[in-house]
Every structure is written in structure tokens, then in C-alpha cells.
Design a protein around this ligand. Structure first.
Ligand code: SF4
Length: 435
């Protein structure tokens, strides 16, 4: 597609109706079916099952009840259309207050949101919110409160110093062999603790315009040490299939790129986006990895599980990036339910992040000891795959620093003194160690 047409498009154009390869018929060759083609070599026939353009999700009973109550005129097909979900995001206090009871703090925060992180919540995600309980974890992550206005001394607009590591607009080049490519400022739902609150939801369109993308791609081409690109933003899966395909195709052409990655919260807040057509597009760009942003076990709904299953069935390795948040997931029971729930839908708990000190985030932050205790409560006590790496993204651009409880106690002669998950002490004969 011509890039001009691509960037002028208002809505995603109709995709190609295509099919899934379901097998190979070795008894027949292409020339048997199309003798006039005289193909060389003459390959066996690939059996293709046509795809329906719309492949339905099974909505949870909760979502169905919510839709019938608040959107009685909306059909199941419309509710399951990600563009409908995106267009109908709840952004104002009046609409939200018709769906859930809002406290005075929430009302004030929503009314005074100019200049702060914007509010937008998909109808699907609103359907998961508790109508009355302002302390419900899911609600706290997306509905603002007046605490967001309290700024502490250590908080910064760009706590990770990303702007300092940005050689061209939209590229953050911190580690030698990989870059972060910010492709949009748009998200399906805005998280109240977002590290990139300085960027997201500003409607500047600067991140997602063609000139910006071209210069970012040129930078990647000019730097052969880059082997890995992480598309982020904002949320890359809020782009149309055509734009995503354009971006991924251009990156795929760069010979020194070994893998592509996408960071997204869309399967959690707008799982309807994971359409059959999107899966078909993504599958063409392997090795492609996706990091999903999941913070609480209640986000693992039937719809979200279906979205992850589609991605996993397409051969896309899935990891979860979780932000440690006060009174949301900073207790052992919630964290265990989260990591176990993720493994059950084939998502590896990848990182547990200490919450970055963005302006107005002090009510979300926990002590580092809380994070260490959680890791100590998981390691050895459950499946190793379930244990994420706990990291602090160092202020000012130091990169991710992993944190572990103390398992190495010290040395005694040629022995290393170790503590196991139960607190028992062991001496390991480390004959090559230099105390
Ligand atoms: S989806 Fe990601 S980028 Fe968007 S608001 Fe949430 S944390 Fe920030």
C-alpha cells in the first residue's frame, strides 16, 4: 500500500480474506489443479481452510449483562468489534458516573484532569469495575483520584531519562544491541501509574506520523549492532492492521534485525482487538515476541484468556510485565494468583517492576522490601516459570537492575554459604572461589 494512502486512512480498510494452512496433500501437485501454470518446481497442494473475517469471542456473562444494561441497542457483534470499543471509550465523569458510583475524590480528579494523565477506559474494562468499591484494584488502576495531584520531591516527568537516550524522535537507544521504538501515543485505556505519562494520550500524532517512523527506521538501518526492536508507545496494538503490517514489514527488511517485540496492554483492556486477521498479520513476522502488561489476577477474564490463546496458538511467545502497586498486587495471595493464572494461559511472568516515580504516583509505590519479600515467597515455593525477575529501572537512564533476596550469605574457606528458599543454610564446595 502506498504510504500516503496508509496514513490518510481513517479506519482500517477491509483486510484480505485469507485462510489457515491445515495440511499438505502430497498426493496432488499444483500442476494437477492448474495444468496451465506449469509450475517449477511442482509443489504439493497446500490445504487451506478459509477464515471467517470475524471470529467471535465468547463474552463472559458479566460482560453480557453489562452490555445489555448500559448499551441495550448494541449488538454482540458491535460489542466485540475493537473499533467500537476504542471509539466508545469512557473519558468523562458524566458517562462514568452513570456506570459506577464515583467518590468525591474520583469526581474531583476526573474534573481536574487537564494537564495530567488523560482518562480513557474501554467499555469492556469498565464492565470489570466494581460499581461501589473505590478500593477495588482494577478500579484504582484506571480511575483517577486526587492523590494524583500530590507531587513528591523524587518524582519526575521522565524518571528513566528516556529523552536523553533518544538519538531520533521516538527511538530510545539505551542498551547497545536493542532499541525501544515508540510508535504511537495512544492507548486503549490509560493506566494511572504509567511510566510514559508525559507522552501518552496527548493526541499530538507526532509519534505515529510517517516522517517520524521513516527517520526511526533509517536510524535502525544505520546501526548494525541493533538486533532487537521493541515496539511500544502508547500501545502499538491500537494501530490498524495495515499500519502495523507496514511497520513490521519495513523492520523485517533490515538484515541485522533478529527479533521484533511488541509491548501491549491491549489483550487485557481490549481483548477484542486480537482478531483472526491481526493474528494472520502478526504470524508473518516471526520471530515476534509479545509482552503483555497484566497487574492483577482479576484481569485474566475469559475474553483476555481467549486473546492470549489466539496469540500463543500463533506461535508468539508471551511474557507479562507487571508493575508492583500498593494495595493492588503487593500481597502474596494476589501475586500467586496472578502468576499462576498467567501460566495457565501460556503467559510467562517476565518482569515485576518497581513502580517508577512519575508525578503523582506516591500512592501507588511500595517499599523495595515488599517486592523482595514477594519474590522470596515465590522462588522455590512455586513453579520456576512463575517467578518474574524483580527490577528497578534505574533513575536517569541506568537501565533495569535485577533485585533478589539474599541467597548468597558469604564464603567460608573454599565454601560458598547459601540460603535456600526455606531459610536453611548450605555449604557449597566452590573449589575455584577466591574468598
Ligand atoms: S497501556 Fe502502557 S503505555 Fe498505555 S497508559 Fe498503560 S502503562 Fe502507559
Amino acid at each position: 500500500m502506498e504510504s500516503e494512502a496508509l496514513f490518510n486512512e481513517e479506519v482500517e480498510p477491509p483486510g484480505r480474506i485469507t485462510g489457515l494452512v491445515v495440511g499438505i496433500d502430497y498426493n496432488h501437485r499444483i500442476d494437477d489443479i492448474f495444468p496451465s501454470r506449469n509450475t517449477h518446481p511442482n509443489p504439493p497442494v497446500v490445504l487451506i481452510k478459509p477464515l471467517r473475517r470475524v471470529s467471535r469471542f465468547k463474552d463472559s456473562t458479566r460482560a453480557q449483562a453489562f452490555r445489555k444494561h448500559f448499551y441495550p441497542e448494541i449488538t454482540t457483534a458491535e460489542w466485540q468489534d475493537w473499533k467500537w470499543q476504542f471509539r466508545n471509550r469512557i473519558t468523562d465523569v458524566r458517562t462514568l458516573s452513570q456506570m459506577i458510583w464515583l467518590s468525591q475524590e474520583e469526581r474531583l480528579a476526573m474534573n481536574g484532569q487537564e494537564g495530567h494523565l488523560p482518562v480513557a477506559i474501554t467499555p469492556y474494562y469498565v464492565s470489570l469495575l466494581d460499581e461501589m468499591d473505590v478500593s477495588q484494584p482494577l478500579r484504582r488502576m484506571v480511575v483517577p483520584v486526587t492523590d494524583e495531584c500530590c507531587r513528591t520531591a523524587e518524582e519526575e516527568e521522565d524518571p528513566l531519562g528516556e529523552e536523553n537516550d533518544s538519538p531520533v524522535a521516538g527511538i530510545v537507544h539505551r542498551y547497545p544491541d536493542r532499541v525501544l521504538f515508540l510508535v504511537t501515543d495512544s492507548c486503549a485505556t490509560y493506566c494511572r501509574y504509567c511510566t510514559r505519562s508525559r507522552i501518552v494520550g496527548r493526541h499530538q500524532k507526532s509519534l505515529s506520523n510517517i516522517d517520524h517512523w521513516e527517520s526511526a527506521i533509517a536510524y535502525i538501518k544505520q546501526n548494525p549492532q541493533i538486533r532487537d526492536v521493541l515496539l511500544s508507545g502508547g500501545d502499538p496494538l491500537t494501530l490498524s492492521d495495515s499500519k502495523l503490517e507496514w511497520l513490521l514489514s519495513r523492520l523485517k527488511e533490515i538484515p541485522h534485525l533478529e527479533i521484533l517485540r511488541i509491548g501491549t496492554k491491549v489483550p487485557v483492556v481490549m481483548p477484542q482487538r486480537i482478531t483472526t486477521q491481526l493474528i494472520y498479520t502478526l504470524k508473518r513476522f516471526h520471530p515476534l515476541w509479545i509482552s503483555i502488561h497484566v497487574n492483577h489476577p482479576d484481569e485474566i477474564t475469559p475474553e483476555m484468556s481467549q486473546a492470549c490463546t489466539r496469540l500463543a496458538n500463533a506461535g508468539i511467545p508471551l511474557g507479562s510485565q507487571t508493575v508492583l502497586l500498593h494495595k493492588i498486587n503487593d500481597n502474596m495471595d494476589t501475586m500467586k494468583r496472578l502468576v499462576h493464572g498467567l501460566l495457565k494461559i501460556r503467559v510467562k511472568p517476565y518482569y515485576l517492576y518497581q513502580c517508577d516515580p512519575i508525578p503523582g504516583s506516591s500512592h501507588f509505590r511500595t517499599s523495595v522490601n515488599t517486592g523482595l519479600d514477594l519474590i522470596g515467597g515465590l522462588r522455590g515455593h512455586t513453579t520456576g516459570y512463575a517467578v518474574p525477575t524483580y527490577v528497578i529501572d534505574a533513575p536517569g537512564g541506568g537501565g533495569k537492575i535485577p533485585l533478589l533476596p539474599e541467597y548468597v550469605i558469604g564464603h567460608e574457606g573454599n565454601h560458598l554459604i547459601l540460603r535456600n528458599y526455606q531459610g536453611r543454610i548450605f555449604h557449597y564446595p566452590d573449589s575455584r572461589c577466591t574468598p
